[in-house]
Design a protein around this ligand. Structure first.
Ligand SMILES: Nc1ncnc2c1ncn2[C@@H]1O[C@H](COP(=O)(O)OP(=O)(O)OP(=O)(O)O)[C@@H](O)[C@H]1O
Length: 824
């Protein structure tokens, strides 16, 4: 250690050494405890198994958090007026005597660290920021929070005064100016007061965080997830948090933030992955995507379902057992249909009511024909079973009310012009109906498929299906599972998941699933009833065991019951939520919320019936046509007035010089929002470079990219292009400097595209660049963006605001007037 080392550093290093020593100790202890628990074969009794699982899970989780705390374990300290000092860090730690030596940044005590100002010091005289590299403290920066006599800075603890030493602001600017790595990092060391307030806001309602580009919305949303998992761990560990982001690239960009904060119990999903079994990445052309996202589609789907609950025009004749003619007239079918609809069950569940009604009717006819009505109950049941086993009877009933999956319903809506015309007659215009069917006409599926496939689906008679535990079983229920898997494949029309369905289809599939219910309703009901009984028994047992272990006050029985179920249950909150559309998440976080269509909102609120949510977005950046300019019309239909709007106003990303250009674009777009205030300026003016001919554009972009990459050094660069230009630009860059593209060069293309984040240069469309940031941005042909099918000025605004350092605009024709401020 250098003899001239700042005494403040020496003092802080000593404390940080003590913290790491304790961290090592606690980690070793936890590892030993975990090993002991895992090695302990125990007595093998259920109680021992519970005990082992509870402790193993608790130790493993604790160890994971302790491991994640290694980097920047402690980043700050607060000195109070009473002379006490509290250190703030990634986690909380206590010494061997259980005295706290480090406070978790999320603890209530830590609020003052983020909130104290000179005007409102909250009992603090100084906030100290610690900079560190590995375990070494490399710098300190102080914010003095009380004014001494005659305005002099007060002497605190080690006697340091303000002078021109760095402050917290300097620490923030340092963080913001550092080269980007391609991944978002946590910001707990430099969280600003307005951000902290939002992160700690009450979780019981819907919080909307609105703010311009770079104001930290994404960062705040993720830190809020970490905060909620800390402050409401018991609830959220069971139910999980769902984070929805616009693209796989975006999710990859943010995927290290929560693990770095020691939190993993979160499900991340793009809109294309929110329906189990589908992994859609393809987007529709803009007009079609907009139509599919339009709320009117909910009514179209509901009508399409009703179209599958038919009344015959005239009496249906069914030849049963080759010689007996049975009849179903329109009134009888209408009565059964009314009863079924009144059951208020979804289509597939109500179908069992409908079938039971009509089978009763047909049974009556057979009984009258063969015995004049004189059969006992057992004999009547045999008749009924005989009817149900008859393919002619099944076919007739299924034609009136078929079992349907959402895949079948949507496929039919896209391919059967008559069905769409009937379902959407008063809802969509003929042009809209054409648009909806345009993409699918070629591969229209025959209707017969639907009805002939049905014979395999009834593993139980309508009696046993209509109410679990009621009626009599057939003993055939065990065959349901293989049938189900088989059918799952058929339901998707033999397609590989995600290949045929687009991102906008996902919300429609989910809406359809809601209307239809489970196609395997009968077996599911029985299974659910069984599972509920088992669960209640497990819970009672867990309560007893906790009582015996003296742990009743410390662990709740529900959590123990979860853990007791072993890996199967342990994955549920985080992973089952991702695969089960009926999973109710405890909290929902939506990023880039301005892009969410009305149909997708319906899906999202179904995933979070408690309506506990954090929605972050910027309406001025909305690319989709018809996006509203305020949040109320988006949210009121779902949550009434139970939402609170918070605004972030400081731009931490984009330097002032670039933001001035973006502000012109924002003003021209007519948005009511004002551009956020940049926290820093670089002195570097954004440039416009004119390329003489369109044919030379890709090579010119490649050359400019290489030049800029040389200037920014280790940072990241994005080339943002119109979709049709991205391929040629990538190819030109590949010829000139393939190393800059890394694994994202030509020949790649497997994967989800997220490899662009690992390369020094990413070639992207505006849509793909949403939410991301780079040291330098080369924006290609802005006039093509403005002429595109989305809201061009919003797209331009997004593209201009991705850079933390430099911006160059390359164009062939005249520069759009809205960019007049750019220097050539
Ligand atoms: N308090 C802070 N300390 C350090 N960095 C911060 C802070 N707040 C925000 N940042 C950084 O500013 C950048 C922009 O933040 P973020 O991506 O969350 O903004 P955003 O509002 O979601 O932007 P956009 O609307 O463009 O997607 C990120 O690099 C983030 O880490």
């Amino acid at each position: 250690m250098s003899p001239t080392r700042d005494p403040r550093l020496v003092r802080e290093q000593a404390y940080v050494d003590l913290l790491y020593a304790r961290l090592d100790e606690v980690r070793d202890l936890t590892r030993t405890q975990l090993r002991q628990v895992l090695l302990d074969v125990g007595t093998g009794t259920p109680q021992a198994v519970v005990e082992r699982d509870v402790f193993a899970a608790t130790h493993a989780e604790r160890l994971a958090r302790l491991e994640a705390a290694e980097g920047r374990l402690c980043f700050g300290a607060m000195d109070r007026t009473d002379g006490t000092r509290t250190y703030i860090g990634r986690i909380g730690l206590s010494d061997a005597e259980q005295e706290p030596i480090l406070v978790d940044w999320r603890a209530p005590v830590a609020t003052a660290f983020y909130q104290a100002t000179l005007a409102e010091p909250r009992g603090l005289v100084r906030r100290r920021h610690l900079r560190s590299k590995g375990r070494e403290v490399t710098g300190v920066a102080d914010d003095l929070l009380s004014v001494g006599p005659a305005g002099a800075a007060p002497a605190v603890a080690d006697g340091a005064a303000a002078g021109d030493r760095p402050t917290g602001d300097a620490m923030l600017l340092e963080a913001l100016s550092a080269p980007r790595t391609g991944r978002m990092g946590d910001i707990i060391a430099t969280l600003q007061a307005e951000q902290d307030r939002i992160i700690r806001a009450d979780a019981r309602s819907v919080l909307v965080v609105d703010g311009g580009p770079g104001t930290g919305k994404t960062a705040v949303a993720l830190h809020r997830a970490a905060y909620l998992l800390y402050s409401e761990r018991a609830r959220l560990e069971r139910s999980g948090v769902l984070v929805v982001g616009p693209s796989p690239v975006f999710l990859r960009y943010i995927d290290q933030v929560l693990p770095s904060l020691g939190e993993t119990g979160v499900v991340f999903a793009t809109p294309g992955r929110l329906f189990p079994g589908v992994a859609a990445t393809v987007t529709d052309p803009v007009a079609l995507g907009s139509l599919k996202g339009d709320e009117r589609m909910a009514a179209v789907l509901a009508a399409a379902v009703r179209e599958h609950q038919r009344l015959p025009r005239r009496t249906i004749e069914i030849v049963h057992d080759d010689d007996r003619t049975l009849r179903l007239d329109r009134d009888t079918v209408a009565r059964a249909r009314t009863r079924a609809r009144r059951s208020r069950r979804p289509h597939n569940g109500a179908r069992w009511v409908f079938l039971r009604e009509l089978l009763d009717e047909l049974t009556g006819q057979v009984v009258r024909q063969i015995s004049g009505g004189l059969l006992d109950d057992d004999e009547r049941r045999d008749v009924r079973d005989g009817l149900w086993a008859d393919p002619a009877v099944r076919r007739a009933l299924n034609e009136l009310w078929p079992r349907l999956t959402s895949f079948q319903l949507l496929e039919r809506l896209y391919t059967d012009a008559d069905l769409l015309a009937r379902a959407a007659a008063r809802i969509l215009t003929p042009a809209e109906r054409d648009l909806l069917q345009g993409t699918r006409r070629a591969g229209a599926a025959g209707h017969d498929d639907l009805f002939s496939a049905l014979d395999a689906d009834e593993a139980a008679t309508p009696d046993s299906a209509a109410g679990a535990g009621r009626g009599h079983g057939t003993g055939r229920g065990d065959r349901a599972e293989p049938d189900r898997a088989e059918r799952g494949r058929a339901d998707r029309g033999g397609r590989e998941s995600g290949q045929a369905w687009t991102v906008a289809d996902v919300a429609l599939l989910d809406e359809a699933a809601e209307l239809l219910g489970d196609p395997d309703e009968s077996s599911r009901e029985a299974a659910e009833a069984r599972a509920a009984r088992e669960r209640a028994a497990e819970r009672r047992y867990a309560e007893d065991v906790l009582e015996m272990l003296g742990l009743a006050g410390e662990l709740d029985a529900e959590t123990v019951a979860d853990r007791w179920r072993g890996p199967r249950r342990r994955t549920t909150a985080a992973e089952q939520g991702a695969t089960d559309r009926e999973w109710a998440f405890g909290h929902l976080i939506v990023d880039e919320a301005q892009e969410v269509s009305p149909m997708l909102w319906r899906l999202l609120w179904r995933r979070c019936p408690a309506r506990s949510a954090t929605l972050v977005g910027d309406l001025a950046q909305a690319a989709r046509p018809g996006a509203p300019s305020t949040w109320a019309p988006i949210l009121t239909p779902h949550v009434g007035d139970r939402f609170r709007l918070e605004r972030l106003t400081v731009n931490y990303r984009t330097p002032r010089e670039i933001m001035d250009v973006a502000a012109d674009v924002l003003a021209a777009s007519g948005s009511a929002a004002s551009a956020p205030e940049s926290v820093r300026s670089t002195g570097e003016q954004p440039l416009a470079v004119r390329v003489p001919s369109p044919a030379g554009l890709p090579d010119a972009v490649a050359a400019e990219t290489v030049r800029t990459a040389g200037i920014i050094g280790e940072g990241r660069l994005a080339v943002i292009c119109p979709p049709e230009t991205a391929g040629p630009v990538r190819a030109a860059l590949c010829r000139l400097a393939p190393e800059l593209l890394g694994a994202a060069g030509p020949g790649s293309g497997a994967g989800d595209g997220a490899e662009v984040l690992d390369a020094r240069v990413a070639v992207l469309t505006v849509a793909d660049s949403k939410g991301l940031e780079f040291d330098a941005v080369l924006l290609v042909e802005p006039s093509a963006l403005l002429a595109g099918p989305t809201r061009g000025l919003a797209d331009l605004y997004v593209a201009l605001t991705r850079a933390t350092r430099s911006l160059t605009v390359l164009h062939t024709g005249a520069l759009p007037p809205v960019l007049a401020r750019l220097t050539s």
